[in-house]
Design a protein. Structure first.
Length: 277
């Protein structure tokens, strides 16, 4: 195991400070970082993608766990600190400077299975998450997502029907994957401390229901939750055939979207996918 200087020392030496514009908050607690790296199970020899490593706190924990890490970092200020980590772990870390939203992650990872672990920059977290969950090809190449979010976002991902947090994000995360809130992280663990609490979500792919287009499910949830908490007959009227499909399925169109189970949305998306075939 490489003998590295403390992260705080590295940050001070390179004059790094968390950028608000890039949604950065740095984690220094090595024990906490090791616990995060342990959430997907044994990483020894496994490929891992990390987005937004910053100065490399979680990266160190992943390397300590034996992972082969590819890290995508947008902030050029962090490159020298990450280059030191590359040198300390020869052949175990590859750093790509760029915007993770613009890169093809499957291609970067060589078309082989990989786990994703990230303390995601807050301003791109949800966009990356919905992208990883999207697409018609399933199961995906990623074997698990272990991601830090603001606690409120994490709760929306793992929410159950009828709760105030339940909405589009929960359905996208749960219709063909298992999502759980794995760990809460106090704001004081970060430098600088964010205004809100954080939490880690762990997601693993499950079987994809047959006869359902992912794009159709996205359209259904977009319509159902896109107009505030209205009755389904109002929110879905812009989606051809949706209100009629509800009646066929025996779902009362006067109900609100947040009262429907994930299975109800799957059934509705399947009916509309079949109707368009």
């Amino acid at each position: 195991m490489a003998d590295l200087p403390p992260l705080r020392e590295v940050i001070a030496r390179h004059g790094l400070s968390a950028s608000k514009a890039l949604g950065q908050n740095f984690l220094f607690d090595e024990q906490l970082l090791d616990r995060i790296a342990a959430l997907p199970g044994d990483l020894s020899g496994r490929k891992v993608l990390e987005v937004g490593p910053g100065p490399g706190g979680l990266t160190r924990a992943l390397l300590r766990a034996g992972a082969d890490v590819t890290a995508i970092e947008m902030d050029s200020r962090c490159m020298p600190a990450l280059a030191e980590l590359e040198a300390a772990y020869p052949g175990k870390l590859r750093v790509i400077q760029g915007d993770a939203l613009k890169l093809d992650h499957a291609e970067i990872m060589g078309g082989e299975p990989f786990a994703i672990l990230s303390n995601l920059p807050y301003n791109v977290g949800t966009a990356l998450f919905t992208r990883w969950l999207g697409g018609e090809e399933w199961p995906p190449l990623w074997t698990s997502l272990t991601l830090m979010f603001q606690q409120e976002v994490a709760q929306r991902i793992a929410a159950k029907p009828g709760t105030s947090a339940y909405g589009r994000l929960a359905i996208l995360a749960q219709w063909r994957a298992q999502a759980k809130l794995a760990m809460k992280v106090h704001r004081s663990a970060f430098t600088p401390p964010p205004k809100v609490m954080s939490a880690i979500v762990h997601v693993e792919p499950a079987a994809m229901p047959e006869g359902v287009s992912a794009r159709m499910l996205e359209r259904v949830t977009e319509a159902a939750f896109g107009r505030g908490r209205k009755m389904l007959r109002q929110s879905l009227k812009g989606l051809p055939g949706a209100v009629e499909a509800l009646e066929t399925l025996g779902v009362d169109s006067q109900r609100r979207a947040e009262t429907l189970e994930v299975g109800d949305f799957i059934a509705l998306a399947r009916a509309l996918t079949t109707a368009q075939a």
